[in-house]
Structure formats: C-alpha cells, structure tokens
Design a protein around this ligand. Structure first.
Ligand SMILES: NC(=O)c1ccc[n+]([C@@H]2O[C@H](COP(=O)([O-])OP(=O)(O)OC[C@H]3O[C@@H](n4cnc5c(N)ncnc54)[C@H](OP(=O)(O)O)[C@@H]3O)[C@@H](O)[C@H]2O)c1
Length: 341
C-alpha cells in the first residue's frame, strides 16, 4: 500500500525523520508492504512545499541546510499551516512543530484538521497530548484513523505502545523516572567540576538544550512528560501547571560535591503516584543512593520504572537519545497507524 506523507515542522526532528524514512524504505516495503512518498513539507519561517508526485527529499534537505526557502520545490501554493494541511493531499501527517507548554497550540489545530480530512497523525509534540488527548483520540476513532505520539516521552523507546499492545489489562499505579536529558547531562557534568553555566552551554552546543534552556532547567519539559503519561496511561488528565515542580537551578557545585562524598548523586526525578486517592505528579531534584538503578543513569540517558497491578517493577532505560531516536518513535507510529486493524 502506498502512502503520501506530510511533514509539518522540518527542524531537527522533521529532517531526521525524513532521513530515517529514506533509510528504511526497503525494510518497510519488504516487511510490511508499505511504500511512501513525502509529498508535503512545512516550516514556520522557511516556507512550505507541496508536490503530489513526491518531493525530492535529498534536494530539499540540502536546500534546508543551506537556509533556502522551500517554495522552489512547490507545485501548489498554500497560505498558512492549515491551508497547507488542506492542500497536502496526504494520508499521514507528521506533526513536529515546537511544543507549547501552556496551550498545546497551534499543533492541536493542525492535528484536528488532519484527522478531519481522514489522515492518520503521528507526533513528537507533547502539547497536544496533555491539552487535547481525549478529544483528539475520540476524533481519530470517529474517523477510523489513528493518533499516535510515542516520541513525546523517552523518544523512540516504546512506552505508550507497550501499554497499548504488550500489557493488556495492566493498570499503571505509579511511576518514577528521569525523563529530561538536558538536566541529567548538566548534573553529570557538574559532578565533573564544570559550572552550571558551562554545562548549559555545552548542552546547547551539542544541540540538546534550546537557546532559552528554561524549559529544561526549570522542570517544564519533565512536568509536561509526567502530565502526558498520567493523561494517557493513568486516565488522569493532568496539566503541566498541576505538577509540583522544582528545577535544578538551586543545585550548586558544593551541594554536588558534598553529596558525592556520601556516595549520593543528584538526579531530577519525575514521579506520579496516588496520595489519599488523588494522583499527584512531581518533578524535583533528589539525592539518589548507589543501590538505586537511577544512580548510574549518566548524561543524556533516561530511565522509567513502572509499578503496575500485574508485574513487579518494570524498568526501561534508553541510552543516548537524540533526534534519531525520536525519528524512530515517529516511524514506528507510522507503521502501527497504517497496519492497525
Ligand atoms: N529534538 C528532540 O530530540 C525531540 C525529542 C522529543 C520530542 N521533540 C518534540 O518534537 C517537536 C519538534 O522538535 P525539533 O527539535 O525538531 O524543533 P525545531 O528544530 O525547533 O523545529 C521545529 C520546526 O517546526 C517549524 N514550525 C514552527 N512553527 C510552525 C508552524 N506554525 N507551522 C509549521 N511549522 C512550524 C519550524 O520552522 P522554523 O524553524 O522556520 O520556525 C521548524 O521547522 C517539538 O514539539 C519537540 O518538543 C523533540
């Protein structure tokens, strides 16, 4: 079966996804009978391109890297992102625009428009998951389409699909995790004597922290991931502002050194658990002892430990994630969406 794909958002994730789709073309065809063409790509400031016959992706990637606008590749003009979705003629929308912690927009409108047009939607954008998951899932169901978002938490590691597929009837009671790569890297580097500012600078240089690192260091990224997990896996629609949140700005090199002499490490821990019948989400720095599986989680690596009603502690560790692992989450969602019964 042949699918036309639209990529809305062509930054780190969008571009890496395009590259991975090309790399996996033969596997997708041989293992699943899936062929595809990328017929539409949109950015915020570098324009949009639609070609129903399929865009020349290596050329588009080269032009994008050189900072060129996308219109030169387009056979169909579009006035904005919603007009782009309308005219894309795609079967699947990959929504990878920047996250909006407060409202989830404009991604929610993008996803709603695509589902209404009968497209499947896959996204790495956490905003729509915490701000509109129930509505978007219901809309997808009414249109007999899929809305998947594996890459929103722990990149390509299977979390949502684990509960959807491999753990039928399991109830997630609580979880504990390190979900923000940037802060874990900063804390690891500070342990080696680097200052907070230099560690942040390094994280920006290697492309994992944004120019304004507040979303990571103040715990917003961690909070929105807790909210996404609670919303989808625990049927409790928490918002990022409802998560008790402390970032890592108050952790000094002296505190880190003192902890090390006692065999402890600071980690930014995410959790959700019932307290007196109410699900509480929390992100805050905690001192972790050597006996914990969280102790040795270094650099950008992340970890999550689930407590369910059917298994003992179930732990997933994802080493060295990045745009390539996020891209895999999106590719896996694409395969699941188009092969779902
Ligand atoms: N980077 C990761 O490893 C990672 C991991 C997990 C999840 N995510 C999520 O994935 C999404 C994309 O991340 P990224 O790292 O690729 O971000 P990015 O590099 O900043 O790219 C964002 C892309 O979206 C475009 N864009 C902005 N506003 C738009 C709009 N209204 N309509 C269409 N396109 C628009 C941008 O275009 P301009 O640059 O021209 O404005 C750019 O092409 C985010 O939601 C992020 O939270 C990222």
């Amino acid at each position: 079966m042949h699918y036309k794909l639209a990529l809305l958002g062509f930054g780190n994730v969008g571009r890496t996804t395009a590259e991975l789709l090309l790399d996996k073309q033969t596997d997708l065809k041989e293992s699943y009978g899936i062929t595809f063409s990328i017929t539409a790509i949109a950015t915020g400031s570098k324009g949009r391109a639609i070609n129903p016959a399929g865009l020349d992706i290596p050329k588009v990637l080269e032009a994008t890297r050189a900072g060129a606008a996308l219109e030169q590749f387009s056979l169909v003009s579009s006035s904005d992102s919603l007009d782009f979705i309308n005219k894309s003629g795609a079967d699947v929308l990959f929504e990878n625009s920047p996250v909006n912690y407060a409202t989830g927009q404009p991604a929610i409108d993008h996803i709603r428009a695509a589902l209404n047009l009968g497209m499947h939607v896959v996204t790495a954008n956490k905003g729509p998951v915490v701000h509109a998951w129930h509505d978007l899932k219901a809309l997808a169901k009414s249109k007999q389409r899929q809305f998947f978002h594996e890459a929103t938490v722990m990149d390509g590691a299977p979390i949502f699909s684990l509960f959807r597929g491999a753990l039928p009837a399991a109830k997630l009671r609580s979880f504990k995790a390190i979900l923000n790569s940037t802060t874990n890297l900063i804390l690891s580097r500070m342990e080696n004597g680097e200052s907070f500012d230099d560690s942040v600078k390094y994280a920006q240089e290697i492309g994992i922290a944004e120019t304004d690192p507040a979303g990571d260091v103040d715990g917003w990224d961690a909070a929105i991931k807790i909210a996404a997990l609670a919303t989808v896996l625990m049927n409790t629609p928490l918002k990022p502002a409802e998560i008790e949140r402390t970032g890592i700005r108050s952790i000094t090199p002296e505190m880190i050194r003192a902890a090390r002499t006692e065999g402890l490490r600071y980690k930014l821990i995410c959790s959700a658990a019932q307290e007196q019948g109410v699900l509480k989400g929390k992100v805050s720095p905690e001192l972790i002892p050597m006996s914990s599986p969280f102790y040795s989680v270094e650099g950008t690596t992340s970890i999550i430990q689930f407590q369910t009603d059917v298994l003992g502690d179930l732990t997933l560790i994802e080493s060295d994630p990045g745009p390539h692992t996020t891209a895999y989450g999106l590719l896996a969602d694409f395969v699941h969406a188009v092969t779902a019964g």
